[in-house]
Structure formats: structure tokens, C-alpha cells
Design a protein around this ligand. Structure first.
Ligand SMILES: Nc1ncnc2c1ncn2[C@@H]1O[C@H](COP(=O)(O)OP(=O)(O)OP(=O)(O)O)[C@@H](O)[C@H]1O
Ligand SMILES: [Mg+2]
Length: 316
């Protein structure tokens, strides 16, 4: 069974705004899926439909085999959700908040007490456990929200920007926890974020959404191949400039497309790996002194900017 299946899902808000259009997607169990896209792309709307807090206008989705429209309680019981505005109680302590949700999910008192303490420890909140939530900082509140989402051992975790208010150390801690949940406990993670570098590190697959439409989905490698044809080879060397025009940034050097990126720094565009030795030979035989030759690996950020509208505008 797939963890999530989405078929032709769409959402039109009252007033006519099409937030999600004809979305098709599926997630395997244990996958950490990064759902990326600019502000207003429709990520939160999708999470709301998957978790049964918003009814779709068209299409269908299933979470661990259940339909959030017809079986919202069962979907709630199997999901953990961390959103930007977590609903918790300011006048209760961190622990009391977790106990409250443990009880609401029908866990035994012993079980939720043990689990709440363990989660607080993992999220480095043990010392704050007896403090009222109203005295928590944004980052502490966000971590408690993750503990709350995990209290009932959900099979799938929906995270909407879970590390946006966290300092680098806490963000790293939360990332480690997300990865180990997927690896050791088989939890499926559906993660919305703008933090591309962090997504690149922890997600096994990505979906890119813009204006409610899925632009692409796949592993980093699949997306790289889909978006970029050919390779970029970064070269640091001297005497290459003999052929480089001082006015044009882009030139042809020994038949290779070359972009000067800095003093003694160049980027050559080639079709495939086999051309690297040819390029190096041509440069050396042409009298260049080479200090460094490296294939530039396209990052998730490069892919994102190549695919999304704003990115295309910036690079145009
Ligand atoms: N309740 C609502 N009523 C009308 N329009 C809405 C409502 N909620 C969201 N929208 C619109 O739907 C679109 C998608 O919004 P959504 O919140 O899903 O985007 P998002 O990808 O989560 O963006 P962000 O990265 O800013 O969180 C936006 O144009 C937004 O203005
Ligand atoms: Mg959002």
C-alpha cells in the first residue's frame, strides 16, 4: 500500500482562487518527500486536503489507504501534523499539552507519559517540560509542536515549514530526528519547505509546485537529468584568457562553450562526461596552466530556479 495517493486533486477557494489544479502524486512508505514551491503555490492547501481539514473541489486523495473526506477520524489518528500555526494551550505546560493530546488520541496514561518525556528529551525540551507554553520562545513552541504531532506514533508526518523559526542547531536536531523517524520507524514524511539546502539533505524525493500545478517530481538525480542536459566543468587556471574576450562573458575556447566566472575561474559546458579528457587535453595543449578541474553538481536550488517562474526571471 502507498502511504499517500493523490489523483487529479484540485481546490478552488470561495471567490474563485484556484489553489491546487489537477495534482497527481504518490508517496511510498518510509519516504521523506520534499514538497517545494514559492509562496502561494498551494502547498499548505494540499496538506489541508490530505489531513482532512479542507474538502477538495475535485479529485481524490488517500492517506494510508483512507480517504480524508469520508474517514477523517481514521486519517487524523494515523497522521501527525505540524503547521505554521500549531494549536496548543498557552496556559498548560509543555508536558501537560502532550498529555492532553495523548489522552485525546486514546493512549494509556502510562504510555503517553513515557512517550511525552522521551520526545521532549529528543527535542531538547526536557528542562522546559514543566514551564507554561505561553513562556516558550518561537523555536521551543515549534519543537513542542513536533512532539505533539508524534505523541500517538503516527504512520505519516505532515510538516509545513517545521524549521522556519529554529536556530541552526535546533534545525539540525529536528532534521536528524525526521531522518531517523523515516529510517528506523518507517514513518513517511511529507515536508513543505522553502529551505532548499535543508530539503536537499534530508528528502529522498521532491515535488515542485507552482500556481497549484506540479512542475516536476522525482529524486534529485532524476530532476537533474530532466532539467539540465549536459555537464558544467569548473576550471581554475591561467593562460586560458588568451581566447577569452574581455567584453563578452561567454566565449568559445577550443570549440567548447566557456563562461568566465571570476579571475582565473571558468565554467565549460559539455555534453557528456567523455568530453572532460578532451577538454583538459585541449586546454593543456593550448598552453593553459590548470590548477583545478571539477564537475559542478547541480543543486536542488539550481533545479528549483530553472523550473520556477521567479527563478527564470532572475536568471534571464
Ligand atoms: N482560505 C483561503 N481563501 C482564499 N484563498 C486562499 C485561502 N487560503 C489560501 N488561499 C490562496 O490559495 C493559494 C495557495 O495558498 P497556500 O497557502 O496553499 O500556498 P503555500 O504554497 O502554502 O504558500 P506559502 O509558501 O506562502 O506557505 C494562494 O494564492 C492563497 O492566497
Ligand atoms: Mg504554506
Amino acid at each position: 500500500m502507498q502511504a499517500v495517493t493523490i489523483e487529479k486533486l484540485s481546490k478552488v477557494y470561495p471567490g474563485g482562487k484556484k489553489a491546487v489544479e489537477d495534482l497527481n502524486l504518490s508517496l511510498q512508505k518510509g519516504e521523506v518527500f520534499g514538497f517545494l514551491g514559492p509562496n502561494g503555490a498551494g502547498k499548505t492547501t494540499t496538506i489541508k486536503m490530505l489531513t482532512g481539514t479542507l474538502a477538495p473541489s475535485g479529485g481524490e486523495c488517500r492517506v494510508l489507504g483512507r480517504n480524508p473526506v469520508s474517514e477523517p477520524e481514521k486519517v487524523h489518528a494515523s497522521c501527525g501534523v505540524v503547521t505554521e500555526h500549531a494549536q496548543m494551550y498557552g496556559n498548560l505546560t509543555g508536558l501537560q499539552n502532550l498529555f492532553f493530546y495523548g489522552e485525546a488520541f486514546g493512549m494509556s496514561r502510562d504510555d503517553y507519559k513515557k512517550r511525552a518525556r522521551k520526545l521532549l528529551e529528543e527535542l531538547e525540551l526536557s528542562e522546559a517540560g514543566d514551564r507554561k507554553l505561553s513562556a516558550y520562545s518561537t523555536g521551543m513552541r515549534q519543537r513542542l509542536s513536533l512532539a505533539r504531532a508524534l505523541i500517538h506514533r503516527p504512520g505519516i508526518l505532515f510538516l509545513d515549514e517545521p524549521t522556519s523559526g529554529l536556530d541552526p542547531e535546533s534545525a539540525q536536531n529536528v532534521n536528524r530526528m525526521i531522518q531517523s523517524l523515516a529510517r528506523d520507524e518507517g514513518i513517511t514524511v511529507f515536508l513543505c519547505t522553502h529551505q532548499l539546502r535543508y530539503a536537499e539533505g534530508i528528502c529522498s524525493r521532491f515535488g515542485l509546485l507552482e500556481h497549484g500545478r506540479l512542475l516536476a517530481d522525482g529524486t534529485l538525480e532524476t530532476l537533474r537529468r530532466q532539467v539540465f542536459s549536459g555537464l558544467t566543468v569548473c576550471v581554475r587556471g591561467t593562460n586560458i584568457s588568451g581566447e577569452i574576450s574581455q567584453t563578452e562573458k561567454r566565449n568559445t575556447v577550443w570549440g567548447f562553450d566557456c563562461l568566465k566566472t571570476g579571475p582565473d575561474q571558468f565554467e565549460f559546458s559539455i555534453g557528456q562526461e567523455e568530453e572532460i579528457p578532451k577538454l583538459v587535453r585541449a586546454l593543456v595543449e593550448g598552453g593553459s596552466n590548470l590548477y583545478q578541474v571539477a564537475v559542478k553538481t547541480k543543486s536542488l536550488e539550481d533545479i528549483y530556479f530553472a523550473l520556477t517562474e521567479k527563478g527564470r526571471e532572475v536568471s534571464a
